[in-house]
Design a binder for this molecule. Structure first.
Ligand code: SF4
Ligand code: SF4
Length: 110
C-alpha cells in the first residue's frame, strides 16, 4: 500500500504535503509532485494537508491512472523535503479538470 499523487496536483504544487511526510518520499517534477511507492509507509498524514485533494490511497479508483506514473517519475525526479514557492497561477489551476495533458515529465527544482 502507498499513497498516490493524482492529476489535481498538476500546476498547483502547493507543497504542503512535503512538510509533513515523516519519510521524505515526495519527488518534484516541473509542475507536479509524486510519491515513491516503495518509500511511502502509508501513514496517510499528507492526504488532508493537500489543498487540491490530489493525494489518495492506491486503493482509491482515482489512483488507478496515476500509480504507475508515481513509480516511474519518482525514479527520475529529485527528492523534495521542504516547501518551496508555489507557482503564481496555482490557485487558478487548482480545481480545473483535464490537466493530465499538461503534465511535464521534466524534473523540478527541490
Ligand atoms: S499539497 Fe497537493 S497539490 Fe500541493 S504539491 Fe502536494 S500533492 Fe501537489
Ligand atoms: S502517506 Fe505518509 S509516508 Fe506516504 S507520502 Fe504521505 S506522509 Fe509520506
Amino acid at each position: 500500500m502507498a499513497y498516490v499523487v493524482t492529476e489535481s496536483c498538476i500546476k498547483c504544487k502547493y507543497m504542503d504535503c512535503v512538510e509533513v511526510c515523516p519519510v521524505d518520499c515526495f519527488y518534484a517534477g516541473e509542475n507536479m509532485l509524486v510519491i515513491h511507492p516503495d518509500e511511502c509507509i502509508d501513514c496517510g498524514v499528507c492526504e488532508p494537508e493537500c489543498p487540491a485533494e490530489a493525494i489518495v490511497p492506491d486503493s482509491d479508483a482515482k489512483a488507478d491512472a496515476w500509480i504507475d506514473q508515481n513509480r516511474e517519475l519518482a525514479a527520475l525526479w529529485p527528492n523534495i523535503t521542504r516547501k518551496g514557492t508555489p507557482p503564481e497561477d496555482a490557485d487558478a489551476w487548482k480545481d480545473r479538470p483535464g490537466k493530465a495533458a499538461s503534465l511535464s515529465r521534466e524534473p523540478g527544482t527541490p
